[in-house]
Design a protein around this ligand. Structure first.
Ligand code: URA
Length: 245
């Protein structure tokens, strides 16, 4: 569950500005679960009972934002009529979460989950061209001239792909690990791009969305996004505009 500093909680609830909340706290007028708050860094969630001058205060904007390392064989949807495990099944929360964009059943890696439709649009709408980074194990050893085709924009059956970034990370026996960065989100796009230049994908991982990486999360693990995550995703200025910092 999302935790808020008490100051932020009071500001969100409309009781005061963050600065005025400090004064309320210093004057001993703020209580959490019946105990007077003395530290403005006190953390609360929507489950805590917060009062100011004895009046119950509730928060109106309580969206949830989660980063997950999607394991293989889990669907990136909210539910499945065939009973397969979905990403939202892995998260313990009361929020009605939806995955932000898609990852194939057989792709591992970073995926965000939220109940904030505007945020979802910001990350997935093609007009924002959000960069996504993938690492693909491919069959064969692509050369610079092969990858140059991806950098120029490879033709796919649903139209030309936008120029991508593509580099070999390492060779692995008769195969290679290729890092591909794209700013679209078409169905099975990375697989199709690499297939189109003659290097079928054996394994695929998404390692980053914008500058937000999946580092530190093992497959299946998730956590609530923190201020730094929003900054890595959107940049400091935009994260601030959204009220994430
Ligand atoms: N491209 C793919 O081919 N698969 C994914 O899951 C994401 C991007």
């Amino acid at each position: 569950m999302e935790e808020y500093r008490i100051q932020k909680f009071l500001a969100h609830s409309g009781v005061s500005s963050r600065r005025a909340a400090e004064v309320l706290i210093a004057e001993g007028r703020v209580f959490v679960n019946g105990r007077r708050v003395t530290d403005p860094a006190t953390k609360v969630t929507v489950r805590d009972k917060v009062t100011v001058d004895g009046k119950h205060v509730t928060i109106t904007r309580t969206h949830t934002y989660i980063i997950m390392n999607k394991p293989l064989s889990v669907l990136s949807s909210a539910e499945d009529d065939r009973g397969r495990t979905c990403v939202v099944d892995l998260v313990k929360t009361d929020a009605r979460l939806y995955p932000v964009g898609r990852l194939d059943y057989d792709t591992q890696g970073i995926i965000l989950l939220t109940d904030d439709g505007k945020f979802m649009q910001r990350i997935t709408h093609p007009k924002y061209e959000m960069w996504k980074t993938y690492e693909a194990l491919v069959k064969g050893e692509p050369k610079e001239e092969d990858l140059a085709v991806l950098r120029q924009g490879v033709p796919l059956d649903d139209g030309l792909a936008l120029p991508a970034e593509a580099d070999v990370v390492r060779f692995k026996g008769p195969n290679a690990v290729v890092r591909v960065r794209i700013r679209e989100g078409r169905n099975r796009q990375v697989r199709r791009m690499l297939e189109a230049i003659g290097f079928p994908v054996l394994k695929l991982k998404r390692t980053a969305i914008g500058g937000l990486t999946v580092e530190g999360l093992r497959p299946g693990a998730w956590r609530h996004m923190k201020r730094k995550d929003f900054e890595d995703l959107l940049g400091k200025n935009e994260a601030r505009k959204w009220g994430f910092t």
